[in-house]
Design a protein around this ligand. Structure first.
Ligand code: 3PG
Length: 210
């Protein structure tokens, strides 16, 4: 389990958090991100189209690594696995989800925002976490503080991160990737302006590596 979730975080510095409002958007949107250099993406189950979107992207874009986000129950976890989600992201943790995921087909990136939640994950063997909601839960300073007691923990912060602030997070040694919805601006998606999505991916990658 651990190696698989670690490889998700190692595969891309940026993790787009995608919400699908029009089911026809999923494949062109993910293709646009891939053309911009981002191969790992999270499609949330915040809308009724999430699961179907994951299925479509798995079928149409075999080189894209697609996970399911905003998973909050075991039943959603199983449904996401059934449509081919290659990893699962939760906003927080429950013992039931953490236990289930240890032997699940798709690995879990569990969401934490406190030392107690990290300790719960740690006790079950987790070392990779989503840090959510990153900006309101203390941002870069909190992640620096977590590096003291949790030397092996690595994070993918998401929540309130923008293109301009991503780099500061990635400079931390316990941050492997940063996530966010800034990579898929709602206005651009509504216009089906896929070229601008590709440009945003290219520009964001240049910013974090520049
Ligand atoms: C998430 O689920 O990771 C966040 O909602 C993404 O946060 P953002 O929309 O503030 O980028």
């Amino acid at each position: 389990h651990r190696e698989r979730v670690r490889s998700v975080l190692n595969a891309s510095q940026l993790l787009p958090v995608i919400t699908i409002n029009d089911p026809d958007d999923a494949v062109p949107l993910c293709r646009a991100l891939f053309e911009g250099g981002i191969a790992v993406m999270e499609i949330t189950l915040r809308t009724e189209h999430g699961l179907e979107a994951i299925r479509q992207v798995r079928d149409a874009l075999p080189d894209v690594w697609v996970g399911a986000g905003t998973v909050t129950s075991l039943s959603e976890y199983r449904q996401a696995e059934a449509v081919g989600a290659q990893f699962i992201v939760t906003p927080g943790v429950t013992e039931a989800l953490l236990d289930f995921a240890l032997t699940a087909q798709s690995p879990l990136l569990p969401g934490v925002s406190t030392a107690s939640e990290i300790m719960l994950g740690y006790s079950l063997g987790y070392r990779e976490f989503k840090f959510f909601p990153a900006e309101v839960a203390g941002g870069v300073s909190a992640l620096k503080a977590f590096a003291g007691p949790f030397k092996e923990a690595v994070f993918c912060p998401t929540g309130g991160i923008r293109r301009e602030t991503a780099r500061g997070y990635l400079a931390l040694h316990n941050v492997l990737a940063v996530g966010g919805s800034w990579l898929t601006p709602a206005e651009a998606v509504a216009r089906k302006d896929w070229a601008s999505i590709t440009e945003m991916a290219v520009a964001s990658l240049a910013d974090v590596n520049g």
